[in-house]
Ligand binder design. Structure first.
Ligand code: FPP
Length: 248
């Protein structure tokens, strides 16, 4: 039976965890299965990870499900990922809603089929007042694309240059109103950012594990949160102890 107890004081728990769910393809390959079988196993794991996130008391979770670059994958895989999103909305939405999960989308909806766009918008509408967990689904998302989109909108809104501040740009991103991620977890060992939350991750802590996404279980999630709790976050400054000592 999984235990959800965490050995972390509440103030050391990240408010927002973001995840790059990498390694589905290699997980499948290592079992002689097609890549889509890896994405299906990854989806099963996502369900477990969402449940653990609620149990751990983390308030915001962002998952990288489909990047603006993923359109370059074989058509069969692209179609498979679209149909996984549709399946999740058809089969999991009621339970997510009942668990108090608020669904949000970050990225561009335009390139998705009208039917899928409609389902995404309906899911957002249905769950908009839930407050146990905010789940941002990055789908057709790219960090550079997000910044370009924000700049275009700022210009269209006629904002004068001197009013363009750090805070203003943040309000024009898809993640407006969501705190920056405190912790970003990347599975399957790759040491790169992959165009994920490149603005928001300015001071995020990273946790990279060699485990492939379908095998990233609650125990490892707990280890990631415990590792995060040990980090000394300085945000470009010095630690508060050093600061006090230097001013004593
Ligand atoms: C990266 O693994 C994973 C993806 C591009 C897709 C992630 C999608 C899921 C986990 C399914 C959940 C999706 C939705 C829509 C809710 P990879 O294929 O790049 O793995 P590899 O690097 O081993 O080839």
């Amino acid at each position: 039976m999984p235990t959800s107890s965490l050995n972390i004081p509440p103030e050391k728990l990240p408010r927002h965890v973001a995840m790059i769910m990498d390694g589905n393809g290699r997980w499948a390959l290592s079992r002689g299965l097609p890549r889509l079988a890896g994405h299906k196993a990854g989806t099963e794991n996502l369900r477990r990870v969402i449940r653990s996130t609620v149990e751990f008391g983390v308030k915001y979770l962002t998952i990288y499900a489909f990047s603006t670059e993923n359109w370059g994958r074989p058509l069969e895989e692209v179609r498979g990922l679209m149909s996984i999103l549709e399946d999740v909305l058809d089969k999991e939405l009621a339970e997510l809603h009942a668990e108090g999960v608020q669904l949000r989308h970050i990225g561009r909806l335009e390139r998705l089929s009208p039917k899928l766009q409609k389902k995404v918008l309906e899911a957002i509408e249905l769950t908009k007042n839930n407050d146990r967990l905010v789940l941002n689904v990055a789908f057709n998302y790219g960090g550079r694309d997000e910044i370009v989109h924000a700049i275009q909108k700022i210009i269209r809104d006629g904002i004068p240059a001197e009013q363009v501040t750090d805070e203003l740009v943040s309000q024009y991103l898809y993640t407006a109103g969501v705190p920056d991620p405190d912790l970003i977890i990347r599975t399957s060992g790759e040491l790169r950012v992959s165009n994920f939350l490149i603005w928001q991750a300015a001071y995020s802590e990273w946790y990279v594990t060699p485990t492939y996404w379908p095998d990233f279980d609650q125990e490892e999630y707990r280890r990631a949160l415990e590792a995060f709790a040990q980090r000394d976050r300085r945000f470009g400054k010095v630690s508060s102890k050093e600061f006090e000592a230097s001013n004593a």
